[in-house]
Structure formats: C-alpha cells, structure tokens
Design a protein around this ligand. Structure first.
Ligand code: NAP
Length: 290
C-alpha cells in the first residue's frame, strides 16, 4: 500500500510539475510515511484549498503558478523573506495554523554556488524579467544578500521601477565605490544593456522567453561575452535561446533545474527540520530528465 498523501504541490496547471518525483524519492529515502501529490486548484478555489490542509492531515505543501501570491494571503504567519517577496512557495501546517515560507531565493543562492562556485552576494547581477513573481523573489534575495550590484531589466518599466524603490535602502551603502550605481532599472534596449553588461558578472533570466526557437533573443547575442555567467531559471527540457547564445561565446551557463532542486530541498528541511537527502533528490530529477 502506498503511503498516505500528506504533502503536495498546488498549481494551475500542475501536470508539468516535477516536484513529486524528487520529493517522493526523498520521503522514501528518509523513511517518512507520506507521499507527495499534485493538486490541481483553480484560482477561485485556492484560498479554500489552503485552509483545508489541516483537516486533510497534511504536513505542508508547495505552491506553484499562479497561486504563490494568494498563498501569502491565506497564511496565518509568513517569514520576512516571503512577505518581502510577496509570495509563498512552502506551507507548513502547525495544528490549525498555516505558516508560509519562500524557498525560491535561497534555492537560487545554493544553485549559483553549485553551478559557478561563487556566492550571489559577491556578484554584479543583471536580472531579466524583474517585473514577474520569480523576478521579484530573486531581486529581494539579491537585496537581502546585499549583492554588489543589481540591474532590474523589465519590459514594463514601471514594475521594475516600483520594485527598485522598495529595494533601494538595501543598496545604499559605501561598500562599493564603483563607476556605476549599485541599483539600476532599464528596459530591453540594446544600448542600455550594453552599458550595464560592461559592469556585470551574472545574468539571471526569469522571463519564460526563449523556449520556442521562433522567440526573438532577449539580449542581442553580440552583447554576450565569455566572462559572463548566465543562469536561466527556465528548466523545461531543451535549452533556451539565451543559453545557446551564451554557450556559443564560451560563457558559463546553467538552467533552472538546480534552483528547482534546491528550493525543494529547502522545503524538505522546513517540513522535517533535518537535512534533505540531496543526492537522492538530484538522482530522481536527473533520471526523469533523460
Ligand atoms: P510571471 O510572473 O508571469 O512573470 C513573467 C516575466 O516575464 C515578467 O517580468 C514579464 O514582463 C516577462 N516577460 C514575459 N514575456 C516577455 C517578453 N516577450 N519580453 C520580455 N519580457 C517578457 O512569471 P513567473 O512566475 O515569474 O515565472 C517566470 C519564469 O521563472 C518561468 O519560466 C518559470 O519556469 C521560472 N521559474 C523557475 C523556478 C525554478 O525553480 N527554476 C522557480 C520559479 C520560476 P512584464 O512585467 O513586462 O510583463
């Protein structure tokens, strides 16, 4: 008999989610009598679905598109990072209460360290898609890490400007006396990108642009140079155009699978207050990938 469903991921759609594969492997490896399931919830039912978790005997849950902001609203309590990023991806059931966390930003920090052997806080970051949910979560993480520089790039400029106004206090310091501002906002114009890339180490893509071969490049390939690191949070099979263009010039690059893995491992740590069996989780994810 399979263990009872006591964890799951809420989403709409949710069929694509890879979380059950590595969470179930982790639960088995840790000898925990629970299984992790996909839970399809349309937006109008999200709040009620979160409130039903204690009654259903759940330990907790993950939350994916489009419910992360609604999840924050539904929590009785949320940690500082979840509140600042405006979203929750990890729920803990504590009696009748729901506690919210977000492991996307901390997961990215671990992924960057693993992929490039550097710490996010030491990098000058260009964030593409800073107006979206994932972009905001990563921008807040960069601010909390006080990374060297952060350039918010977004198609809708006002969204990135509003975010920059919120984050500005974290970048007001005399730590870096450099030639350029530590926090800046630009659109996708070539001249502005060229200027900022001259003072950058890492590009993070949080738009979903590039999965289709017909997508126009987010950044003109001629602006990419071998000294850059490129992290694309997209983790669907196949490479984005940005990663193809980056590897063609010899830049170091990685896709979002490592962030997916580490945000999941951090959720496990929050639910069970013990280290996640990371190798088991990675193995399960990679097995599914081939
Ligand atoms: P979202 O809230 O819908 O945000 C989408 C972002 O993409 C916005 O900034 C939007 O700009 C921008 N965008 C959309 N189309 C564009 C275009 N044609 N040109 C330029 N910019 C465009 O989505 P999200 O929830 O943040 O998710 C974004 C991506 O992050 C997804 O692909 C997802 O797979 C990935 N993600 C990965 C992980 C992981 O663990 N690896 C975790 C979370 C998310 P505007 O503001 O101008 O509309």
């Amino acid at each position: 008999m399979s263990p009872p469903a006591r964890l799951g991921v809420f989403g709409d759609p949710v069929e694509h989610s890879r979380s059950p594969v590595f969470h179930n492997a982790a639960l088995r490896a840790a000898g925990i009598d629970a299984s992790y399931v996909k839970i399809h919830v349309p937006p109008e039912k999200a709040a009620a679905a979160f409130r039903a978790l204690p009654q259903a005997g759940f330990i907790g849950a993950n939350v994916t598109i489009p419910h992360k902001a609604a999840a924050l609203e539904a929590m009785d309590e949320a940690d500082d990072y979840a509140r600042r990023s405006g979203s929750v991806n990890t729920v803990v059931v504590q009696g009748e209460r729901l506690l919210g966390f977000n492991t996307d930003g901390p997961g990215l920090v671990r992924a960057i360290r693993e992929e490039f052997s550097v710490d996010l806080r030491d990098l000058r970051v260009i964030l593409l898609g800073a107006g979206g949910g994932a972009g905001r979560a990563i921008a807040v993480q960069c601010a909390m890490e006080s990374c060297e520089r952060l350039v918010l790039v977004n198609r809708t400029l006002e969204k990135a400007q509003a975010l920059a106004a919120e984050l500005a206090p974290s970048f007001r310091s005399d730590r870096l006396v450099g030639p350029v501002e530590r926090l800046q906002v630009i659109g996708f114009e070539e001249a502005a990108l060229r200027e900022q890339l001259a003072h950058a180490d890492l590009i993070i893509n949080t738009t979903s642009v590039g999965m289709r071969r017909t997508d126009a490049p987010l950044i003109p390939p001629s602006l990419l140079t071998p000294n850059l690191m490129i992290y694309d949070t997209v983790y669907a099979s196949g490479r984005t155009r940005l990663l193809d263009d980056a590897s063609a010039v010899g830049a170091r690059c990685a896709n979002g699978l490592s962030m997916l893995l580490h945000q999941g491992a951090l959720s496990f740590e929050i639910w069970f207050d013990r280290a996640a069996p990371l190798d088991v989780m990675r193995g399960a994810l990679m097995e599914e990938e081939v």
